[in-house]
Design a protein around this ligand. Structure first.
Ligand SMILES: [Zn+2]
Ligand SMILES: [Zn+2]
Length: 134
């Protein structure tokens, strides 16, 4: 007799109850045939489920984002990808390179970046001048 490590049942040690295994000292698997098959099926199932749910989530997330964007667009709104605020389309600069012909950042964010860029350049210029003073 051999006890199955999964269901705990004692079964006659034979090939009809246990799969042969070279790794086990008695030459048979420590789980009975029924449990071995179940375990294998569960493993496959789990892997498939994980795969499909991950795929589904990505697709769902993509779909939701698309729908959200579309809905905003119909309402004359757009979500700024920087501050993530939904603002009227008039708050976005025109940009012929994008699919909706508008910048992905709102005017505020674009301005902010522009100012930051200018500020950086001014600082850089000042540094440059300081450098030439010597
Ligand atoms: Zn079993
Ligand atoms: Zn913004």
């Amino acid at each position: 007799m051999k006890q199955c490590s999964v269901c705990g049942q004692f079964k006659e040690l034979s090939k009809s109850n246990f799969y042969p295994s070279l790794r086990e000292h008695d030459g048979f698997h420590h789980t009975c045939r029924t449990c071995s098959v179940d375990k294998f099926k569960n493993k496959e199932q789990k892997r498939d489920n994980a795969y499909f749910s991950a795929q589904g989530n990505i697709q769902l997330a993509r779909k939701e984002k698309k729908e959200e964007n579309l809905l905003n667009y119909i309402n004359g709104l757009k979500k700024c990808s920087r501050c993530e605020e939904v603002k009227p389309l008039s708050n976005f600069y025109k940009n012929s390179k994008t699919s909706d012909k508008l910048t992905s950042w709102c005017k505020c964010c674009t301005k902010e970046r522009h100012l930051a860029y200018q500020r950086d350049n001014v600082v850089k210029e000042q540094n440059d001048n300081r450098g030439t003073d010597h």
